[in-house]
Design a protein around this ligand. Structure first.
Ligand code: NAD
Ligand code: WQD
Length: 339
């Protein structure tokens, strides 16, 4: 079996990708410092696939620990690099923490790939690199805008660091995946998103408000220049997103492709209110909400053109929104029972 090193693999997107990789017969080695996850996800992955991935607890910013792990798995065919801090607000308050963690980890990953001649990298980028786009939907050629937060900057700078490194080292190829808004859980409800404290993102907040953990959802802004006045995003199923990582890795293994960048979204925009209504329709559960002022820094509308991923990776988002929302709710109910 071919080995893949997955940094940040006990986290939300990493754990779903570990399932997709194992289903595609890759051997998964997870590196994570558990700063925003726990090892329960490893048990969940085992219950779904029958195999528990090897887990090495380490901080990717620690080069000695990274060298030990990479030395042990120097025959890996690729690295999928998820490990990063991702709270936009926190990054504004603690920019150095974000630059040190997210860029330090990335630089170590690239160093190790050079040292041990590991040929393929998949990097978690974000739609945040497009800032407030002038045209919708955004394609990969839409000009990038200055990022609005240090977190966003780490993605823009991370893309540049990788591009320069691949240029200088043609034996390494890389795929930059720009995620839109991943939501939902594995249909089995064995793994899902576990936000720490009060959620920043809409989907976990909707679930917690529906479950009565939060009194109501604050809907940020109803006076945007959009058809219903609410912000628009491209909400993509987490399992679809996970599968794209396998497609990206296989594509790199099929030849020499240098650097590639793909949008991962559904191509459809949903407003906050449409998402609330779709959730209520899919689950039969009411979401208590209140209209609130706009949240600083929010982009009014953004959704993907994901044609390039369809053409080159033969990947596209498939899971219907109501199934995604039902999976998010099943997972929410499951974590309530575990508490
Ligand atoms: P997550 O917090 O659930 O997973 C990230 C994992 O990385 C966690 O398990 C955390 O413990 C680990 N980690 C962080 N810093 C580390 C370090 N220095 N060393 C080792 N492990 C470390 O987040 P996620 O939603 O799964 O996001 C995965 C990646 O996707 C991140 O790079 C994130 O920026 C990116 N991304 C996420 C979204 C989203 O909406 N969830 C959107 C776009 C991009
Ligand atoms: C979605 C919509 C909010 C919470 C962020 C990061 C981005 C990426 C994904 C990592 C917006 C509205 C939200 C709430 C609300 N992360 N909302 N009430 O802002 O698109 O993207 O997460 O890379 O970089 O910026 O996602 O889920 O926070 O918000 O009304 O309590 O929901 O205003 O319109 P966002 P989100």
């Amino acid at each position: 079996m071919q080995k893949v090193i997955v940094t940040g693999g006990t986290g939300y997107i990493g754990s779903h990708t570990a399932v997709a990789l194992q289903n595609a017969r890759y051997q998964v080695i997870i590196l994570d410092n558990l700063s925003n996850s726990d090892t329960d996800s490893l048990d969940g992955i085992q219950r779904i696939t029958g195999t528990k991935p090897e887990f090495i607890k380490l901080d990717c910013t620690n080069k000695d620990d990274m060298r030990c792990a990479f030395e042990k798995h120097r025959d890996a065919v690729g690295v999928i690099h998820f490990a990063a801090l991702k709270a936009v607000g926190e990054s504004v308050e603690k920019p150095l923490l974000y630059y040190r963690n997210n860029l330090g980890a990335l630089i170590n990953v690239l160093d190790m790939m050079q040292e041990f001649k590991i040929p393929c990298l998949v990097f978690s980028s974000s739609a945040t690199v497009y800032g407030v786009p002038e045209q919708l939907p955004v394609t990969e050629d839409t000009p990038l805008q200055p990022a609005t937060s240090p977190y966003g900057q780490t993605k823009v700078i991370g893309e540049n660091i990788i591009t320069d490194t691949v240029r200088a080292n043609p034996q390494i190829q890389a795929t930059l995946l720009r995620y839109f808004n991943p939501i939902g859980a594995h249909p089995s409800a064995e793994i899902g998103e576990k936000p720490n404290g009060v959620p920043n993102n809409l989907m976990p907040y909707i679930c917690q408000a529906a479950a009565g953990i939060r009194e109501y959802l604050n809907v940020f802004g109803n006076d945007y220049d959009t058809p219903d006045g609410f912000c628009i995003r491209d909400y993509i199923d987490i399992n679809d997103l996970a599968n794209a990582h396998v497609a990206a890795l296989k594509h790199m293994q099929s030849g020499k492709h240098g650097i590639n960048v793909f949008n991962l979204g559904t191509g459809r925009g949903q407003s906050v209110m449409e998402l609330i209504q779709a959730f209520e329709g899919a689950t039969g559960v009411k979401v208590p909400y209140k209209l609130s002022p706009r949240r600083t820094g929010d982009v009014p509308a953004i959704y993907a053109n994901a044609d390039r991923a369809e053409k080159i990776l033969k990947w596209r988002a498939n899971v219907p929104l109501n199934e995604t929302l039902a999976s998010a709710w099943r997972w929410q109910q499951k974590i309530l029972k575990l508490k």
